[in-house]
Each structure stands twice: as structure tokens, then as C-alpha cells.
Write a protein that binds this ligand. Sequence first.
Ligand code: DOR
Ligand code: ZN
Length: 375
Amino acid sequence: MSPLDVPESSVFQGGLIESEIEPMNELTIKRPDDWHLHLRDGDMMRAVLPYTAELYGRAIIMPNLKPPVKTVKDVEAYRQRILDCLPSSHGFQPLMTLYLTDDTPQEEIQTANKEGLLAAVKLYPVGATTHSEHGVTNLKKVYRVLEIMQKLDIPLSIHGEISDPGVDIFDRESVFIERELDPVRNDFPELKIFLENVSSKTGVVYLLSAESGLGATITPHHLLINRNNIFTGGLNPHMYCLPVAKREVDRQSIRKAATSGDPRFFFGSDSAPHRQVDKEKAGGAAGIFNMPTALPDIVQVFETEEALDNLEAFMSLNGARFYEFPTNPDTITLEKTAASVPVIEYISADGDRVSVFQSRVPLFWQVVRGLRRIA
Ligand code: DOR
Ligand code: ZN
């Protein structure tokens, strides 16, 4: 049996599996990074940014604002707004991305590259997810841009779902891989590509078959929920994100990949805050705000999988290696508490509440050293 084959008996029970090995009560790892984050702007950004900046060294900032961050000028201005939200001693570095459109000129990429401004360029297939209406309609239209990115060694970060409404929503990742990602990888063999928020066993298997140049971020929620959770106790909009959570077999594959230590998989929270009023309605927004619980959730997953030894690789080493950044110089220390730690249900932001992702498994790990008090 391959390590990604899932035995029938391992269906998610929603509880913790007792570890039979000697328990570990304290863990020190290099300061982690978040390789996929939605910070938004204005009041919302002011409310959510501290949850990232107090803990993480760096984060890849998604450009799907309204209007999108699609020019060098937009990127510079957005970066400055983020920095203006932080105290001067913060020690947090936002890593910026540009929103790719059908009309992005090659020159925009060259200018951004000269200024050392871009960590990646983000591809949203048009209509695939939140604020993707300016996304790419046909990958062939951006081939000239991909050529220059390949030449300049600027990575392409991909929302890997086909937006063809005729494709079943649960198959959109695998169809995207077959119809779009694989051809692009063949046409641009030197282009570094990130498949963001990998959510299916097909995606994981595809990643594992790639010899080089392909990495993937994994979110806490895709490690913890399957598609049943969207409907448990009635329709729950707070479990709705894109790519949508899939079958249990997919969740198990992602867990194995994340906890394996394989350098192609690393943490990207995809923390995506929306006001409750925008989630709890017909046509509610896709996106899960998980930043306050992301790290304790992940540690709990690694402990359950008896893989705490690989936690640092997933949270702090693999992504930096893939992006060719140094690892953070400092560390954080986590401690396992005797009683489970309380989890906040929501934060106040932008004149409303923003629900915090609840994994519904008790969380026992908390950071005891290495937090930066920045709020
Ligand atoms: O669930 C999601 N929310 N997936 C995305 O790709 C975008 C994000 C958002 O911006 O809210
Ligand atoms: Zn995202």
C-alpha cells in the first residue's frame, strides 16, 4: 500500500487519537511563515493583521482586493498600507503578489522584478473564486507573461480550479490539473509553480509525481474538515471555502502529505476573512478566517498523526526553501497544556463580526515564547 492509500477504518471520527509514543510537552521550532494569506484592506486589515504579524515571520499576501492589485503601483501602495498598519518594531515582512489578468503587460513584470517587489504572480482562472472576475480567461493569453516570469525566475501561484460551470465543483481541481496545469508545466518546464490550497488526493498524487518546480500550500481547514462538515447540523457557511472541502479520502491524503515532511508541501493558511453578513446569506462568500486557531490546529493534527518531528519542516522550512528565502532566524516555543485552550468564536472587524474557524477538536498547544505583542 502506498503511504497515500487510506485504510477504510480511518474515517474521521472528529476526535483525537491517543498517541502511544512518549508524549512531547514542549516544542521549539523556527519562526513559521504563511505562504498564502488574505489580509484585505482598511478596517478589516487592521483587525486581522495582528494575528499574523505577532507570530509569523513572513506571509505571501494575496492580491484579490476589489479592485485587484494588478500593477506595480498597486503592489507598492498595498505594501505600504500593510506596513503602515504595523508598529515600527514589528519584525513582520509582507511578501507581495501581483494579480494576473489577460492584459498584464510583460513590462509590468520586468519593472516589478527590477524593484525586487514580487514574491509571486497570482493566477485566478476567471470566476473560479472570490474576487476572481478580473482573472485569466484563457491561459494562452498570458503565455508571454509566463515566458518572462520563467526567464526572471518569478514563481506562479495558482488557484487550481477550473471555472467551467459544467464541471462538478468537487472535480474542479483535478480537471484543472489535467486541462491547464499539466500543459503549462510542459510548456514552461523551468517556471516555478505553486498549486495553492491543494484539496484533493488527485492533487497530492500529481504533486508527488512532479520531480521539480512544483510545490503546494495546504490549509488548516483542508486538514480538518471534509465536505460533510459543510452540511453537518444544517448548511454551515463558515465551512465554505474554495477549493471546496472534498471527500474524507482527500482529507486523509492531504494530512499524509502535510505531515510527511515532504519538501513540496508547506503551510498556507488561506485565512480569508469575510464579514458575517457576507457569509450568512444566499450567495454567501467563500473563505474561512482561521488565523487565530491555525497554528494550534496544525500542531494538533501533527500530534494526532504522530508526526510532531515534521512540524517545523511544514511550518517553517519547506516554504522558505521552495521560494529560495532564508529561514527565519528566531524561534517560537509551544507548550502542551493540561486542559484544552479556549478558542475565540469571532473577532470584531469592519463594523461586523468575523467568525473564527472552529475545528471542533480540543486544542492543547499554545505558543509560550516567541510571540510579538504588536496590537
Ligand atoms: O475560500 C476562498 N476564499 N478561496 C479563495 O480562493 C479566495 C478566498 C477569499 O479571498 O475570500
Ligand atoms: Zn486564497
